[in-house]
Design a protein around this ligand. Structure first.
Ligand code: ADP
Length: 206
């Protein structure tokens, strides 16, 4: 960890698919926090011309690329679910590049002189290395059924696909065990935002 990283409060924000991470991040951003979205960075490295694409093409073949050269995400998602070693290969390509992009985004965020920086990482607890980097961890929590309903509305996925994704993620119980702050998002967006404001106050008083 660099000297600059030590001087600013870094917060990890996590939660299962559809739990409300992006919605909470929007409110944290409105309050002045800078957000580094690891999902967006994963998209960035696998978009058309993305830095991960040459290695992905070499490892998996052209079949996994869209016509514009970006990653065929539905096809890759399906493939790695059924071929676990392929997931390890894919991650060995993308993770270091996402980390590099994350560090670059962190430097940009620092220039905004925010009170703290939030790293939004869906699979924070699934990858041990991330945990020690943050002063506090915020977990967005809701019932599995709420997650499923929200993802069904948001994404073009079948219920069993959503259930599979949730089953591949850390359990709700284990995620909560590692939280410093928990935000419940089974209610209205206004309830979510109120909790974000409370936690923002706590973070700026750390
Ligand atoms: P995540 O980033 O964790 O995947 P999102 O913040 O994108 O989750 O939320 C998933 C979907 O549910 C989005 O379409 C979002 O607008 C919606 N959503 C999130 N929180 C609420 C809420 N409290 N009430 C209604 N819809 C919500």
């Amino acid at each position: 960890m660099s000297e600059t990283t030590k001087q600013i409060t870094t917060i990890g924000l996590t939660g299962g698919i559809g739990s409300g991470k992006s919605s909470a991040a929007k409110e944290f951003h409105r309050l002045g926090a800078q957000i580094i979205d690891s999902d967006a960075l994963a998209h960035q490295v696998t978009c058309s011309g993305g830095v991960a694409m040459p290695a992905i093409e070499a490892a998996f073949g052209k079949d996994f690329l869209m016509e514009d050269g970006s990653l065929n995400r539905p096809k890759m998602r399906e493939y790695v679910f059924n071929h676990r070693p392929a997931l390890t290969i894919l991650e060995s390509i993308t993770h270091p590049l996402i980390q590099e992009a994350s560090y670059a985004a962190f430097q940009v965020a620092l220039k905004q002189d925010p009170p703290y920086i939030i790293f939004m990482i869906p699979l924070l607890f699934e990858s041990n290395k991330w945990q020690d980097r943050f002063k506090k961890i915020v977990v967005i929590d809701c019932t599995v059924e709420t997650q499923i309903q929200r993802v069904l509305i948001r994404n073009n996925l079948q219920r069993d696909q959503v259930e599979k994704i949730i089953a591949a993620q850390i359990s709700r119980e284990d995620r909560l065990k590692n939280a410093d702050y928990i935000i419940n998002n089974d209610g209205l967006l206004t309830d979510l935002n109120k909790q974000v404001i409370d936690i923002h106050q706590k973070i700026i008083s750390l």
